[in-house]
Each structure stands twice: as C-alpha cells, then as structure tokens.
Design a protein. Structure first.
Length: 85
C-alpha cells in the first residue's frame, strides 16, 4: 500500500533520459544508484542531488524529497504556501 501511495508522486521522480532509464532496468534503488555512478549516466541536476543525498529510497526519504521538490516548485513559480482562512 505504501509503495502504491508513493509510486506516482513528484517526490519519487528522478529524471534521466528514457534510454538511460530503460538500460537500468527494474533494479532496486541501490543497484540503480551504483550503476548510475559507475557508468556516469547523464542526469538532470535534481536527479543528481537525489542520488548523492539518499543512500536508500524508503517512504521517509520519499517524503523528504517530495517536500523539497514541492518547495522548489512553489519558490520558482512564486506560489504562496500559506492557506487562506
């Protein structure tokens, strides 16, 4: 259930090209991370941040990354995160 909950959230998104993604297969996060750095696969800046910062990819890490990505989006587009009462 937890996996299904996080599967399609922005916090789970780590961008690499489609070709590179398919070459990594359906391996575990740690294996993909090792392969990524061994093969020097080109990534987007946020993806490199994720791969350098997180040693594993559990719901705790997903929630943390989700919050960071949303805050960056809000900041970039000038979206206020305060709620109207």
């Amino acid at each position: 259930e937890e996996r299904a909950e996080w599967n399609h959230k922005i916090g789970n998104l780590v961008l690499i090209t489609g070709h590179k993604d398919s070459s990594l297969g359906r391996h575990d996060y740690r294996e993909k991370k090792e392969i990524h750095f061994e093969k020097n696969i080109n990534s987007f800046p946020n993806s490199l941040r994720v791969l350098k910062q997180y040693g594993c990819w559990t719901p705790k890490e997903l929630a943390d990354n989700h919050s960071k990505v949303l805050n960056k989006i809000y900041e970039h587009y000038g979206i206020s995160t305060t709620k109207c009462v």
